[in-house]
Design a protein around this ligand. Structure first.
Ligand code: NAD
Length: 404
C-alpha cells in the first residue's frame, strides 16, 4: 500500500461511478486513500428503468435511492455538486460546490440525449435523459389524456404519442406504453381505439443486434397492442405539431401532442471540454481503462469507448449498464493496484447477454448465447435489474427496490 494518502476523486454516481466507489470502499482502508464522490444529485437512479418512469408504469421514487445509504462514511466523502470543469493537467476538478484536487480521477459522468442538431428537437420533443425528464413525460401523457377526457372540443392529438427511434430505448418505452395505455383509458373513460402510438425509425432494420426472429417477435407484440411502425423513415425536424419525416424524398408532418425523442445518446458534454480526441462525448480507453497520456485518469461508463475487434471490425462496446458496472469493479481493483504501485491488468468485458423488455411480462433477448422470448425474457430482465441494484446497493436496497 502507498505511504502517502492519495486523493481519489470519482465524478458521477451512475452505474459506473457508484460501482467503483462501493467496491473500492471494500478494498481499501481509510488510511490508504481519501475517496471523494461528486454527483449532481443526492440520489442514484436506475437509468435502465427510465422507460418505465417515462411511461408511468413505475413511479419515479421506485427508480432511485439516496447515495449516502450505500456509502461507508468513514471512507468516502460524498459531495452533491455539478462538475463544471476538469483541469486534467493541474489535477483539479471544479464544481458548483468548490474545487477538488485529485491524484487519481475517475470520470463517470454518464450520458445525455443527442439530437444530432435536428431542428426543433430540443424544444419540441421530450428527451429520456434522467429521472426528472422521465417523470415529466409520464406526467405529460396523463395530463393530455385528462385534458382529452374533460375537453368539450376533443383534440385527437392529445391521444397521439410519437416515439422517435426504435433502438433499445424506443422499443422498451413502447413496451411500457402499451401496458400503461389501457389503464389510463379506463381511468379517464377513453375509448382505447382512439389512442395512436407511432414509432418512427430511420434505419431499414430495427434492433440490428437481434436476429430477424426476435425483431419479428417485437414488432408483432407491439403492433398487436396498437403501435404503428414507420421504418426507414428519418425524422428531419420537430415542431409544435409533432415530427416532420422524410418519405420518398418528400417531407411529411406527423401529428401528436406527446413527442418523445429516443433516437440517440452521447457521453457528457464535459468530455469534449476536458479532453482531446472525444467523439460524441466518448473517449477511447487504454486497455486498463485509463486514457492516453494520463496514468491517473480513468474514464468509464457512457463517456468511455472500449474498442474491440480488429481492422475494419474494430468498434467501441455499446454503452450499457452491464459494461459500466464491470468497468466500475475493474476500476476499483485498478485503483488499489495503482496505490500499491502494481501493474494494472487489462479490462475484459464478459458479455452475459442482453434482454429488451416489452412491458413487465414479456420481452426478447440473448442470454449466454441463447435466444429467449416471452415470460422467460421478462423473468431474466427482472433478474438482471435486481442483480444490478444488489451489486451496487447490497441486499437492503435490492429488497426494497428490486423487482421480485
Ligand atoms: P440507439 O442509438 O441504440 O438507437 C437509436 C435508434 O434511433 C437507432 O435505431 C437509429 O437508427 C434511430 N434514429 C437515429 N436518428 C434518427 C432519426 N433522425 N429519425 C429516426 N430514427 C433515428 O439509442 P438507444 O436505444 O437510446 O440506446 C443507447 C445505448 O443504450 C445502446 O448502446 C443500447 O444498447 C443501450 N441500451 C440498452 C438497453 C438494454 O440492454 N436493455 C436498454 C436501453 C439502452
Amino acid at each position: 500500500m502507498s505511504f502517502e494518502r492519495k486523493k481519489v476523486v470519482v465524478l458521477g454516481a451512475g452505474y459506473a461511478g457508484l460501482q467503483t466507489v462501493t467496491k473500492l470502499q471494500k478494498l481499501v482502508s481509510a488510511q490508504d486513500c481519501d475517496i471523494t464522490l461528486i454527483n449532481k444529485n443526492e440520489y442514484h437512479y436506475e437509468s435502465t428503468w427510465l422507460h418505465e418512469a417515462s411511461a408511468g408504469t413505475r413511479s419515479y421514487e421506485d427508480c432511485l435511492y439516496p447515495i449516502k445509504n450505500v456509502l461507508n462514511n468513514e471512507k468516502v466523502k460524498f459531495v452533491v455538486a455539478e462538475v463544471t470543469k476538469i483541469d486534467r493537467d493541474a489535477k483539479i476538478v471544479e464544481t458548483s460546490n468548490g474545487s477538488f484536487n485529485f491524484d487519481i480521477l475517475v470520470v463517470a459522468l454518464g450520458f445525455e440525449s443527442e439530437t444530432f442538431g435536428i431542428s426543433g428537437m430540443k424544444e419540441h420533443a421530450f428527451q429520456i435523459e434522467n429521472i426528472n425528464t422521465a417523470r415529466r413525460i409520464a406526467n405529460h401523457i396523463e395530463e393530455r389524456f385528462a385534458h382529452y377526457a374533460n375537453a368539450s372540443e376533443k383534440d385527437e392529438k392529445d391521444l397521439a404519442i410519437l416515439v422517435g427511434g426504435a433502438g433499445f430505448t424506443g422499443v422498451e418505452l413502447l413496451g411500457e406504453l402499451v401496458e400503461k395505455i389501457p389503464a389510463l383509458c379506463k381511468q379517464y373513460g377513453i375509448d382505447q381505439s382512439k389512442v395512436k402510438i407511432t414509432c418512427v425509425e430511420a434505419a431499414p432494420k430495427m434492433l440490428p443486434m437481434f436476429s430477424e426472429d426476435l425483431v419479428k417477435y417485437v414488432v408483432s407484440y407491439l403492433e398487436k397492442r396498437g403501435v404503428e411502425f414507420k421504418i426507414a423513415t428519418p425524422i428531419v425536424a420537430a415542431n409544435e405539431n409533432g415530427f416532420v419525416v422524410k418519405v420518398n424524398e418528400q417531407e411529411e408532418q406527423l401529428y401528436a401532442n406527446t413527442v418523445i425523442w429516443a433516437a440517440g445518446v452521447r457521453g457528457s458534454k464535459l468530455m469534449e471540454e476536458s479532453f482531446e480526441g472525444v467523439r460524441r462525448g466518448r473517449i477511447v480507453n487504454r486497455e486498463d481503462l485509463r486514457i492516453d497520456g494520463y496514468d491517473d485518469i480513468f474514464v468509464i461508463g457512457d463517456c468511455s469507448a472500449v474498442m474491440v475487434g480488429e481492422g475494419e471490425n474494430k468498434r467501441p462496446l455499446p454503452t450499457t449498464a452491464q459494461i459500466a458496472m464491470q468497468q466500475g469493479e475493474f476500476t476499483a481493483k485498478a485503483i488499489k493496484q495503482l496505490l500499491a504501485g502494481e501493474k494494472l491488468s487489462k479490462f475484459e468485458y464478459v458479455d452475459r447477454g442482453t434482454v429488451c423488455s416489452l412491458g413487465s411480462h414479456d420481452g426478447v433477448g440473448v442470454v449466454f448465447g441463447k435466444e429467449i422470448t416471452g415470460k422467460k425474457a421478462a423473468f431474466m430482465k427482472k433478474l438482471i435489474d435486481t442483480r444490478a441494484i444488489f451489486k451496487i446497493g447490497g441486499a437492503g436496497i435490492a429488497y426494497k427496490k428490486g423487482k421480485f
